[in-house]
Design a protein around this ligand. Structure first.
Ligand code: HEM
Length: 429
């Protein structure tokens, strides 16, 4: 027996006295279950005449209840999978008793809403003990076999019609039992969804707070940093070129410039400017950005290849912001590339959108990393701020576009940016 099931059973049997009802009402959609029973009854034409037929069968079958119950548990015991659900003799005795009561109420002839609610609660016990759903059919089949056998042996008048009514009822019983499984599953899905939404909201709140904090910090740092940079430049200009302090001053300036970049990123991310839209030729922008990047000495080890579709429509966009997106994406691609790697930049017209792709053949990312790629401050680079892609996402979305990443570890990464020709009036997608 599975350990989890075993533990659940022990837990249940310790807490629940024999024949006690379950405190599950309200947790399950009992009204819905009664409606489903009613719906099935209408479909198969189960009504008052059937209830009457079943009531007529009652005295014949009740005489043999203990035989029926014994046969039911013999069949169950003979099957290793079904047997594994059971805990031990004490539980078995309890089950025999409750099954007898179940058969008695089955033959009562009174199938109102309360009846189906009670049935749903019983079904719920099976869900709780993790009884495999398909065993419901098996259990019901054994009961049906016994009901038929006894009806014939007892020589019940008009047996076929009575058995027909009983068979319909057993079908409703299985339907209700299955519905309890489904209801339970939907409850679980709903509760999972709720916790996922909660998690997302919590994360969004955290990020908003971090963003605010980062923005105020960045603001505080920006001005003193400009002062330091100016002072170092004055010192550098006043120092003879061959002075041994020159390399130190140059290094300080480099670091200050880097810090300045981080601060700018933080401010762009935390307080993005709304795009100011103008006519923009994406191909020209792409060419300009690539030419600019080619001048960067550290990018000389990379080959940039552009494949730009000739007849692209112009789009409404903020050129400076889209330029920033392209620079971020191309720099990311270059960083991920190996020595002498190739980074491809393509543009195309796809159903009214302009699509830009930045493709590298670098180290790539696994599924988990791809999922976190747009998370602010998430980075695997030693020198990154983790804001490059989130900034791109903010800009692209403010243009009413979409950005996505596909990656294969060891093979490379493709970032796809889709920009509409015209953003929606409200600036949203
Ligand atoms: C399909 C016909 C079945 C019927 C009519 C039926 C009926 C019942 C009833 C009336 C209860 C008691 C519910 C309560 O405590 O309120 C119950 C519980 C239970 N049933 Fe079934 N059952 C069926 C099939 C099965 C099968 C096939 C298995 C096992 C393979 C099984 C295992 C159990 C177990 C483990 C419990 C919980 C017992 C406890 O710990 O109290 N049942 N069932």
């Amino acid at each position: 027996m599975k350990r989890g099931v075993m533990q659940r059973l022990k837990h249940r049997s310790r807490r629940r006295p024999l024949g006690a009802t379950h405190g599950v009402a309200g947790r399950y959609n009992l009204g819905m279950i009664a409606r489903i029973a009613n719906d099935m009854a209408q479909y198969i034409g189960f009504g008052a005449a059937d209830a009457e037929n079943i009531r007529a069968l009652r005295p014949y079958l009740l005489k043999h209840v203990s035989d029926i119950v014994e046969r039911f548990y013999e069949a169950l015991d003979a099957h290793p999978g079904a047997r594994a659900v059971l805990e031990g003799p004490e539980q078995l005795n309890r089950l025999k008793q409750t099954l007898s009561q179940w058969i008695e109420s089955l033959l009562s002839g009174d199938y109102d809403e309360n009846y189906w609610s009670r049935r749903a609660r019983i079904g719920q016990v099976h869900v709780e003990v993790q009884l495999p759903q398909h065993y419901m059919f098996c259990g019901m089949e054994v009961l049906w076999g016994e009901f038929q056998r006894i009806t014939v042996a007892e020589g019940v008048p008009e047996a076929p019609a009575k058995l027909r009514s009983l068979h319909k009822l057993l079908t409703l019983e299985v339907g209700v039992m299955l519905e309890t499984y489904k209801d339970n599953l939907s409850q679980k899905v709903r509760s999972l969804e709720r916790s996922a939404v909660h998690e997302q909201l919590h994360r969004a709140e955290q990020l908003a707070q971090i963003g605010q904090l980062a923005a105020s910090l960045a603001h505080e740092i920006k001005n003193p940093l400009a002062g330091i940079s100016g002072a170092i430049q004055i010192m550098r200009d006043a120092t003879p070129p061959d002075d041994p302090h020159q390399p130190i001053l140059a290094e300080i300036l480099r670091q200050v410039t880097r810090l300045d970049g981080t601060v700018k990123d933080l401010l762009i991310y935390a307080r993005p400017k709304p795009p100011s839209f103008e006519q923009c030729r994406i191909n020209e922008l792409c060419e300009r950005v690539v030419t600019m990047l080619l001048r960067e000495p550290k990018l000389r080890r990379i080959s940039f290849r552009s494949q730009l579709q000739a007849d692209l429509p112009t789009i409404q966009a903020d050129e400076a912001q889209i330029e920033q997106v392209l620079i971020n994406l191309l720099l990311n691609a270059a960083d991920a590339s190996r020595e002498n790697g190739v980074v491809r930049l393509t543009s195309s017209n796809t159903g009214g959108n302009v699509e830009i792709r930045v493709i590298d053949e670098g180290v790539g990312m696994d599924e988990q990393t791809v999922q976190r790629a747009f998370e602010p401050f998430f980075t695997l680079k030693s020198k990154g701020t983790g804001l490059g892609l989130p900034i791109c996402q903010k800009i692209v979305e403010a243009h009413g576009g979409e950005i996505s990443v596909r990656s294969e570890p060891g093979l490379g990464t493709t970032v796809v940016v889709r920009l509409p020709q015209e953003p929606r009036k409200d600036g949203l997608r």
